[in-house]
Design a protein around this ligand. Structure first.
Ligand SMILES: [Zn+2]
Length: 68
């Protein structure tokens, strides 16, 4: 697999407690999973959408963790 992402774009994962409930970016349900993208962006997904997108997110190097 080839990627054009420069090494400098990788940021260390900083565990931080979620101070407020997040919502799924796709459907607005309570988020169960927080996704950290290699670009530094963040997404939140409910269980349904986390499962739906997990394979692709892992493929692009995103970090998934529980948002609970
Ligand atoms: Zn959802």
């Amino acid at each position: 697999m080839s990627t054009t992402t420069p090494a400098s774009a990788r940021v260390p994962a900083v565990p931080a407690p979620l101070a407020r409930p997040e919502r799924c970016d796709r459907c607005g349900a309570a988020a169960l999973v927080k996704v950290t993208l290699t670009t530094g962006g963040e997404l939140h997904f409910c269980g349904h959408h986390a499962r739906k997108h997990a394979a692709r997110l892992l493929e692009i190097g995103a970090g998934l963790r529980s948002a609970l």
